[in-house]
Ligand binder design. Structure first.
Ligand code: ATR
Length: 284
């Protein structure tokens, strides 16, 4: 048990639906840490003054979420290789009055699969990533770190997948969404990083019937927890991993940085967040 009351927060706009205060609140309570974690709404126009004044704010660090993950970068004294390559920061901390940043979305993605689908990376041949937005960048970085031979990025707008692939400077294969079907049968893992499959959106134009028996299918969408894409995968008896675990796992390094305790993602934590999702049904 520590005595100094450290303060951390999640910074976003809007931020009121963020589950980060619940996640960190759970860890503060279960580890008896005398700290606090709150949600702070910072409008895009206020980002400069907020981060310039950060050393005087009383916060030891923060999670940074939409729409500030990229715009925070100019206010940091340093960012690590992962954040630099991904081009986005989701965790910041003060050290000697300077603000530093990293990206834990990619480790959250890998840690979630490691915990929920042990052996998912045993072959490391082909990964199929659907979508080429901000979330896809962290996932592609993670898959590349894990040593996949071939990472195919399928996107509705081919140019965006091409830009993503070029930005990484290694062998990422960009294709249009319509070409994704041809890769399904070769994939060890299929990742949906788009909003396809959220309530009210279009369905994913990919049929998983051709997937190998051992293919793992995962979605970063966690509202609903079981997306139509994951339901489809289950119908073909494929191993599925929902997106909530990535949210839980990406939070752990921040807790360690600010409060000095590396927490684990337990069934109790997950149940607490699932109960909240069932209450409000909104993903942010
Ligand atoms: P995020 O940062 O969460 O990844 P984003 O940058 O807005 O969000 O990216 C959203 C991704 O979902 C993109 O890959 C987008 O495809 P485009 O680049 O073609 O826009 C994809 N996406 C969103 N709606 C889609 C739809 N109806 N059909 C296909 N892809 C869609």
């Amino acid at each position: 048990m520590t005595n100094d009351k450290r303060k951390a927060a999640v910074i976003g706009w809007p931020v009121k639906h963020s589950r980060s205060p619940l996640i960190h609140g759970h860890w503060l309570k279960t580890h008896e840490i005398a700290g606090t974690y709150e949600a702070i709404a910072v409008a895009p126009d206020d980002i400069q003054s907020f981060f310039e004044d950060f050393p005087k704010s009383g916060l030891v660090g923060a999670n940074v979420t939409i729409p500030h993950k990229e715009t925070v970068i100019p206010f940091l004294s340093s960012l690590d290789k992962a954040a630099l390559e991904i081009g986005a920061v989701n965790t910041v901390w003060l050290e000697d009055k300077d603000l530093h940043g990293t990206n834990t979305d990619w480790t959250g993605f890998l840690d979630n699969l490691d915990q929920e689908a042990r052996g998912w990376d045993s072959k490391r041949n082909t990964a199929l990533v659907v979508g080429a937005g901000g979330a896809a960048r962290g996932i592609v970085y993670g898959l590349n770190q894990r040593g996949f031979d071939r990472i195919v990025v399928a996107n509705r707008t081919l140019e965006r997948a091409e830009v993503l692939a070029k930005g990484f400077g290694h062998a990422i294969e960009p294709i249009g969404l319509a070409q994704a079907q041809a890769v399904v049968g070769e994939a060890d893992v299929v990742v949906n990083t788009t909003s396809l499959g959220m309530e009210g959106s279009d369905l994913m134009p990919i049929d998983l019937a051709a997937a190998q028996n051992e293919c793992v299918v995962t979605d970063i969408v966690y509202v609903p927890l079981e997306t139509p894409f994951l339901r489809d995968a289950k119908r073909y008896a494929l191993k599925t991993v929902d997106g909530l675990g990535m949210l839980l796992h990406q939070a752990a390094p921040g807790c360690e940085k600010w409060f000095g305790v590396r927490p684990i993602v337990t069934a109790e934590l997950r149940a607490e967040i699932v109960a909240d999702l069932n209450k409000t049904d909104e993903q942010i």
